[in-house]
Design a protein around this ligand. Sequence first.
Ligand code: GDP
Ligand code: IMO
Ligand code: MG
Length: 427
Amino acid sequence: MAGYVVVGTQWGDEGKGKIIDVLASKADYVVRYQGGNNAGHTVVVNGEKFALHLLPSGMVLGKGKCIIGPGVVIDPKVLLEEIDRLEKKGMKTDNLFISDRAQIIMPYHIKMDELREEYSEGRIGTTKRGIGPCYADKITRIGIRAVDFLDMNIFAKKLKIALDEKNAIFTKIYNSEPLSYEKILEEYTLYANILKDRIIDSVIELNEAMDQGKVVLFEGAQAMMLDINYGTYPFVTSSSPTSGGVTTGAGIAPNKITKCIGVMKAYTTRVGGGPFVTELNDEVGERLRTVGYEYGVTTGRARRCGWLDLVVGKYASVINGLTDIVLTKIDILSGFDTVKICVGYDIGGKIYKSVPASTDILYDAKAVYEELPGWKEDISKITKYEDLPENCKKYIKRIEEYINCPISIISVGPERTQNIVVKEIYI
Ligand code: GDP
Ligand code: IMO
Ligand code: MG
């Protein structure tokens, strides 16, 4: 029995997709357990770039089975487009399955997301993919699930109930057009017909597989600071990307999790609104964005950039129970005279060592930095730890020491092969 969880430790886009692809070589299953196509995970193999939104990143390697788990919200149109894209490249997709318990994103969820973003004050800056409204319907208990695709009579009844309510909100509150029941039913009947053979009871399948000793990799989307409970609320996503989300989102008991691997970018980025203590609105931030090519995979938005925040790193370690860290994009830090690490927040003279609940006070926080000497060498072709520049090693050691968690892999480029393995992750 072996369950390995891969989570983002910052605000997303840490390189989870790349790491899942690397670890997938020894996994029997790769499972997404939360989020939806708000995610954008990149895998690069021999210069060819794959952007995955709903598909588990294990689809690129094509070994083992890939499951879109119960805790995920699925936009079937996007899913079919993604499957089609891989098939057009001649890649296999018959190893992809969908949990019957996963929620379905409907056109009214997307419209609601757009309207709320347009009209609400202090907008979140969502990806407008209908994620929040779909999870809201799940909790309100008027969601439609993949299992409903197996009986379109049931689907039609549920659609009527949910849509009537949404159309009343669209027309009476937002002064907007209602959506057509017939059109949605027709469109989704088509999706259901194409997808129905992939719909399985993933809970039974995964638990049996784990009991037989199979290796399962759980792929987190989003990240620590976007977690609905522990992130910078309300500037968060509507699910639990942290390791606790695996138990509820994949139907796996906590004692089936062997390790939790946190992916950490060597600096920090964030897309969308909300506080970001180490954000740099200067030439250093601009340099990180340009050299690191920090533009969203899903929306194309420029990512906000700043120094590494170990207050966030430590918080992520505690909440996720990190056993390993994979440090990514440290190649982007080459060339700075000095590099900075945030080890505290100064809020009105009080020093915080952990992320406070109040998002409002975070806007006033000043980062307390440690400054370390930089390094000039290009490290993107290095494969052995010993070959790294001394100052780069010092930076890595300081992170390990501060968080008190080993850095097992150092990623030095986007390619599958650009890694320094310090310690084997699989046990
Ligand atoms: P995810 O959402 O966590 O999977 O990350 P994204 O794919 O959104 O963003 C990470 C970006 O950095 C992608 O373009 C990756 O190809 C790239 N990347 C991943 N690891 C590294 C690395 O170590 N160095 C560099 N230069 N790029 C990396
Ligand atoms: P991956 O998996 C970075 C952000 C959005 C917005 C907030 C809420 O690629 O790391 P939502 O559409 O989820 O309701 O938006 O969350 N966000 C992400 N930021 N990476 C992601 O995914 C994200 N998914 C959502 O920008 O601020
Ligand atoms: Mg991403």
